[in-house]
Each structure stands twice: as C-alpha cells, then as structure tokens.
Ligand binder design. Sequence first.
Ligand SMILES: O=C(O)CCC(=O)C(=O)O
Length: 268
Amino acid sequence: MSVTWQGELFGATEPHIDPTFAGIERITLTDGAWLDHLPGWLAGSDVVMDELVRTAPWKSSTRPMYDRIVAVPRLTAWWTWEGEQPAGLPPILEEVRDALTRRYETAFTSCGCNLYRDGNDSVAWHGDRIKRELVEAHVAIVSVGEPRTLRLRPVGGGTSLAFKLGHGDLFVMGGTCQRTWQHCVPKAARAAPRLSITFRHGMRDQPSGYRSVMAERDPHQEPENSTVDDWHGQEVDRMKEQADDAMADAGGDAAEAEQQFDREKKSG
Ligand SMILES: O=C(O)CCC(=O)C(=O)O
C-alpha cells in the first residue's frame, strides 16, 4: 500500500514509552465519564507508523447504507490476544498494552488500528460497542502520524470538546464515556496520514475482581465481546449512525440525506 507522509525528527528514534505515565492529565467529564491525555507518550512514533503502514493486515470495507453500498472511509487492521502475542504486531505495542494493563488494571484484549489516509477518511459520531456490556470501560488510543482532531460530545447534546491527536499521544476514554459521550474524527479539508491504535477489553476476558460494573442487558440483544465480528458490527453501527446524522440534518428526507452524504464526501 502506498501512503505518503512525513514524520518529525523526534518521531524517528527507537520506539519507547514512559512506563510511569509522567505528566498524564485527567479531565473529568459529565455523568461519570473521564479522559486521560498524555501528549507524546510514545516516542519514536514515526517508526511505529512506518512499520504499521507497511506490515499491518489492512482491510478496506464497504457497507450498505439505505439502498447503496458505500466505502468505509478509512482502512482498518485488527489483532486480538488469545493466549499468545498476536502475529505481526510490532513488539512496542505489546509493551504499550502491558503498561496500559498495569495502569488501568484492565486486561486489554484487542488492538484495532484505523488508518486515515487523508482528510477524506473519518469516523462518524459513535460510542464504542463495549458500552452495551459494561457501564464503565477503558478505551485507550495511541495516535501516530500527523495530528487529526478527535471530537467528543455528550449523548443528548451539549458543547463538544476537541483534541488534536498524533505523534505518539495517548488518549484514554474511561468511566461511562462510551455510554454517556460520543466521539468522532471528522473529515478535514486537508490532512496528512494519521493512524490510531486502540486498545479495548472484552467483558469475558477480565480477571476476577475487575472493577467494572456490568450494564443491564437488553434481553433481545446478542451477547458480545471484542472479536473480529464485533469490530465489523461496530462498523455497521457507525455507518448507521452516520446515516442517521445525515437523515436528521436533512429533516428525515432520505434522498436529501444521501445527497448531503455525497456532498460531505466531496467537500472533505
Ligand atoms: O481514530 C481515533 O482516534 C478514534 C477511533 C475510533 O473512534 C474507533 O475506532 O472507534
């Protein structure tokens, strides 16, 4: 795959992290949600970006939306830990996972990567699917490459927050964040490649004594876990959310929603 991007000087050193998380900032949101933000936590992030761009098992997907098939606007790659270190994962990401597991007392069991090739790539407003299982969850994102804006907004409306994430920044969404807030990476008029590396945990994989509180289950819903199917399920959810957002903006008119979706894709 050919993705052209230019790293920064500091990003080209041997990849390493600070296991003490010195300087991490906790931001308390409403309704029991919080964020942890540590800029530049992963040093040598350009090396990691370069390796992942070249070697990760990138997938490009399509999804049905209304009566059309649309491309998912980014590339994705996915690893899970099933007893052993997943094949092909850069060793530094195993270190990242171990450090996060210790700090958040959470057994992170999957690593999902999104590659935003340019400003046309994006992810729509959503809360991660783990919200259906757990009232509280940790979703830890390490961003490499050129910073892109990640926005958050409370479910049900309110002022949104914006963070520019790239070059080894760590960003952890915790507490009720996946249930009470939504996040997205909007399209941008111009953007160099960025890659987000997200560590998630599944409910069944938690050690005994894990502190999270289980959500009340909807009896009509299938049990879920962080699996490849779950990842694809999330994609379907996001496309639906994207379609719903466009529909709401278009006053419920499906044809107008589709046109708006096309306009957004074109204008970036
Ligand atoms: O790229 C990011 O920072 C956000 C990724 C994301 O929201 C997701 O994969 O669910």
